[in-house]
Design a protein around this ligand. Structure first.
Ligand SMILES: N[C@@H](CCC(=O)N[C@@H](CS)C(=O)NCC(=O)O)C(=O)O
Length: 325
């Protein structure tokens, strides 16, 4: 674990001296658009082109996982390449060690560390070195390292190249926003707030919020098939990457242990359905997920014992009918 300061690597963990974890802002906020015009933030000059962009991901990371799922659902696997880091994130940060199954090394430049991709984009950069990264091979720079925006680009910035379902439909936009505004603080970031807390009070506040949010989602799914309505949207992808890690990692390692995902009938069937959509199961790597968290966070798990894990059956029939696409 560490961060870049003026392009130099420093080892160090987040400042949690007040007992709570605050997620830092993201550095690169440009957008791929159909014609290269600027998006809602950053600068323009990143037009959609097959073969031009590359994703750097960890298969352990829920934020990177969002991008991998949308890439798969939008039929972009042949247009956007992927490099996968090693699941252990220690003093060097994310590395391109390819010795573990599923880790690919840096397919573009053969660099040793993900931080080298950040300094290649900006030699004097200050900030954390996070996944996912959407890289532009032509301009040799980072387009974006904000997953919430990368998935919107993959859904709609590649029109004419992408196929597959519309995951950000205009008519559901206010519901998508309403759901995201609850799911992000409640569970996506909420599990981290519980897990990284170093004092009792912030831990309890976050953990209770996790379960209040899961209870709310469980009830919502009794009324509608997907979180924002009758069709799957980016809100479901954003929820799924937390749900799929829940029993394996967040329940134990992050102390979100009031209930397991499999104890919520609607949520568990819903999560299994998404897992079983064409292309999604292939993006889930439980070995990287379980290894990463238990091995990398030595302030939570100093002996690096990796638990044997639950035996949740993700391929069991979900009973919710045919896949929507
Ligand atoms: N806001 C970012 C957060 C990404 C993020 O925090 N990724 C984690 C892995 S799950 C990471 O790379 N952490 C490394 C670090 O913080 O140094 C996004 O959603 O893309």
């Amino acid at each position: 674990m560490g961060y870049l300061q003026n392009g130099e690597w420093n080892t160090g963990w987040y400042d949690t001296s007040d007992g709570s974890f605050d997620r830092p802002e993201t550095a690169f906020r440009n957008w791929v658009t159909v014609d290269g015009s600027p998006g809602p933030s950053g600068e323009g000059g990143f037009p959609a082109e097959s073969g031009r962009y590359h994703l750097y991901v960890s298969l352990a990371c829920p934020w990177a996982h969002r991008a991998l799922i949308v890439r798969a659902l939008k039929g972009l696997a042949g247009d956007i390449g992927v490099s996968v880091v090693h699941p252990h994130m220690l003093d060097e940060g994310w590395t391109f060690d390819d010795s573990r199954d599923g880790a690919t090394g840096d397919k573009l430049y053969g660099l040793p560390f993900l931080r080298d991709i950040y300094t290649k984009a900006k030699s004097d950069i200050t900030g954390r070195v996070t996944v996912p990264v959407l890289w532009d091979k032509k301009r040799e720079t980072i387009v974006s390292n904000e997953s919430a925006e990368i998935i919107v680009m993959l859904n709609s910035g590649f029109d004419g190249i992408a196929s597959g379902p519309e995951l950000n439909p205009e008519d559901l936009s206010s519901e998508i926003e309403r759901v995201n505004d609850r799911v992000y603080p409640g569970i996506n970031n909420g599990v981290y707030k519980a897990g990284f807390a170093t004092k009792q009070e912030p831990y309890e506040k976050a953990a209770k919020e996790v379960f209040a949010t899961l209870d709310w989602m469980e009830e919502l799914l009794a009324e509608r098939r997907y979180l924002a309505g009758d069709r799957p949207t980016l809100a479901d992808i954003r929820a799924f990457t937390t749900l799929v890690r829940f029993d394996a990692v967040y329940h134990g390692h992050f102390k979100c242990n009031r209930r397991k995902l499999i104890e919520y009938p609607n949520l568990w069937a819903y999560a299994r359905e998404i897992y079983q959509w064409p292309g999604v199961g292939e993006t889930v790597n439980f070995d990287h997920i379980v290894q990463h968290y238990h091995y990398s966070h030595d302030m939570i798990n100093p002996n690096r014992i990796v638990p044997i894990g639950p035996a949740d059956d993700w391929s069991a029939d979900h009973g919710r009918g045919a896949a929507p696409f």
